[in-house]
Design a binder for this molecule. Structure first.
Ligand SMILES: [Zn+2]
Ligand SMILES: [Zn+2]
Length: 395
């Protein structure tokens, strides 16, 4: 089978299961589940894989709502990531119902040709993208160790090559001082709230001297019990964001110095805890993206580089995957009126005709891209060389 015929075939297979994919997308949308609680989505997606006669591991990689289905035994192993968690209070306002079912469709269509074309496809159910970092745990537990490349599509208001990602690590800091009666014996006290306020101001000053793309934002989560008791304990939560993992670490170190200085000035101690996992920035693989964009173009979707007005800025655990294997995270048009993700309007678009069309086109474009990766060893070599280069500069 030549490449063109194989692509026609996978697209046909997606069309054949279009009703099923759209129905699953709607079902998941109707039953939004938060990070690591996606039991319904996990059930219907794994049932669908089994109904198509393929093996599936439920609760894969010690995560109750993760799954894995590997089909094929030779050739390049391409992983399609399916996300399916929702947002508190907003339902599927990030459109992960579309990610899940486009990924399922791509995986099932490609699986049907895995033996003929000599490739392997892994359909990975990756829970808890919204803050939980399911993919990071799956990476640590080996889900990507035999994978050659990985892809997914993410809904947006336009067809874009990339999401503009930024790495993020959260840190909790606790200041400890000594309580005293604030009126009767203030000289006996060591004020932990003062330490926190000073640390906050240190970071506010630091903000003037960091990269323009970096972000530091924090809140006070404990500031004492009562005004007439010198606070012996104060606590803050900070998000440290930087363009990539390499620049994130030194910025984090500078934030810690601000904590220490605040504590020192107030005669207190500071203890901090980095809340893992950090989300890495996305290293988008250009030659890999070219394949996707060409295939999406065949389907009538013009995939463009984001302009300032339509770019999507955020963090995703797919970034961590992109540090392990060559990866792409293109955005697929769902919201026709420009509504951004994480809004109630976007949740409506995620279960609309354009949302349904994104499920089908996303499945086709990804399946066609898998065909490319399986059948063009030289292109895959280029992709891996590009990955090695980009990855080296980031570490
Ligand atoms: Zn989101
Ligand atoms: Zn999302």
């Amino acid at each position: 089978m030549d490449i063109a015929a194989a692509k026609v075939r996978v697209a046909q297979l997606v069309d054949d299961m279009a009703d099923e994919l759209v129905d699953l997308s709607h079902q998941i949308h109707d039953q939004p589940e938060l990070a690591f609680e996606e039991h319904f989505a996990h059930q219907v997606l794994t049932d669908a894989i089994e109904a198509h006669g393929l093996p599936v591991t439920r609760g894969a990689y010690e995560l109750e709502t993760a799954f894995e289905s590997v089909v094929g035994s030779k050739g390049p192993n391409i992983a399609v990531c399916c996300e399916y968690d929702a947002l508190p209070g907003l339902g599927h306002a990030c459109g992960h119902n579309i990610i899940a079912t486009a990924g399922l469709g791509a995986g099932l269509a490609a699986a049907a040709l895995a033996d003929d074309l000599g490739g392997t496809v892994s359909i990975l159910g990756t829970p808890a993208e919204e803050g939980g970092g399911g993919k990071v745990f799956m990476i640590e537990r080996g889900a990507f160790k035999d994978v050659d490349a990985s892809l997914m599509v993410h809904p947006a208001a336009a067809d874009l090559t990339v999401m503009n990602t930024i790495a993020v690590h959260r840190v909790k800091v606790t200041f400890t001082g000594r309580s005293a009666h604030a009126a009767a014996a203030p000289q006996e006290g060591r004020n932990a709230l003062d330490a926190a306020v000073l640390a906050y101001n240190n970071i506010a000053a630091l903000r003037q001297h960091i990269l323009p793309e970096e972000r530091l934002h924090g809140i006070f989560t404990d500031g004492g019990e009562k005004p007439n008791i010198v606070p012996a304990r104060a606590e803050m939560l900070w998000y440290v964001r930087s363009p990539n993992m390499k620049s994130l670490r030194p910025l984090g170190d500078r934030v810690i110095e601000c904590f220490k200085a605040g504590a020192m000035a107030a005669g207190c101690t500071a203890e901090w805890e980095w809340i893992d996992p950090p989300f890495a920035d996305m290293i988008d693989n250009e030659p890999f993206l070219d394949l996707y964009a060409a295939n999406a173009g065949e389907l009538g979707r013009v995939v463009t580089t984001p302009a300032p007005e339509n770019r999507v800025v955020g963090s995703t655990d797919m970034g961590n995957v992109s540090y392990e294997v060559p990866s792409i995270h293109p955005m697929i048009k769902v919201a026709t009126d420009g509504s951004p993700i994480h809004t109630p309007e976007f949740a409506v678009h995620a279960r609309s005709q354009t949302g349904d069309a994104a499920v089908i086109d996303g499945a086709k474009a990804m399946a066609m891209t898998i065909v490319d990766l399986w059948t063009q060893p030289n292109t895959l070599k280029t992709i891996k060389a590009e990955f090695a280069q980009a990855n080296k500069s980031m570490r």
